[in-house]
Design a protein around this ligand. Sequence first.
Ligand code: PMP
Length: 351
Amino acid sequence: MEIRFEKREQLKEKPDWNNLGFGKYMTDYMFVCDWDREIGWHDARIVPEGPIELDPACMTLHYAQETFEGMKAYRREDGKIQLFRPEMNAKRMINSNERLCMPAFPVEDFVAAVKALVKTEQDWVPSQKDTSLYIRPFMFATEAALGVHMAKSYKFMILCCPVGAYYATGLDPVKILVENELVRAVAGGTGFTKCGGNYAGSIAGQVKAEKLGYSQVLWLDGNERKYVEEVGTMNIMFKIDGEIWTAPTVGTVLPGVTRDSMIHLLRDWGYNVREERLAIDDLMKAGHEGKLEEVFGTGTAAVISPVGELRFKDDVVVINGGKTGELTQKLYDTLTGIQWGRLEDKYGWTT
Ligand code: PMP
């Protein structure tokens, strides 16, 4: 894939590196590539970041044929920049696209495009502790026509934005509400994909949780509302009686890159990891019997998010006295150590 470069006349002012927040400051450039039915992918380019023009009949605006990814570039202490398992994001996007009848952007081209853009934007990769450059690849239908069908044309784009440390003052346990009415995904649906529609449908649950003083939603399976699946933008794991439980990725749960990496680490450390369905009733029962030792969410943004409290209907369980568990902390230290290049990467995950 050849990538053409279009220079920006005036570079943007860099933000305050100590006050980045999340997803606020887009960098100077973006990657764009077009697809149409006749010639496939063409005109890969890195161009100045900015608004794009869309016909109001653009199919994405009506039928939400859109998929995306989320990953990061990390600044190591020696100044070099590294990516973490980028080919997993590339493959996951292909799986998402297949389900939504969208074209595949080849894995090698995906990784090459990410590397080229990050290289162009290397001055935007922050070096403050636990900061990174968030990378957002996404694809959407561009055909201007009403009517639900596969589009004749698509755009694949990548944006970047420097993001701050998720936990400025150490890991901070969150309170989670188990949603017992609304559902996120059903068997045969799009739960395993990273498509915009999944997130649009989840906002009502998030609003409901926040009103009750909870920061995240834990979704139950959409068919029986019986088994725990995942959190807003994280997979979730439970340490019960020394074993680790997490929902299997069988169609309704997003196969997280962080989830997969944690499972590798845990199995390496001798833990029995059970990728099995776990009923919410059994989870709450384990909590009341004192067997629920640790609970944590896993995802690219926060890496790991300790859970201090779970509420299901009127039943509340406090985990580990509301404090971060030992295993949670060890997983966080190890994975962030590899991602930021502080620890040896014996798994070959970084590039
Ligand atoms: N589940 C959902 C619904 C998500 O949006 C994310 C974030 N991509 C995850 C899980 C975690 O995935 P990853 O570890 O690849 O970031």
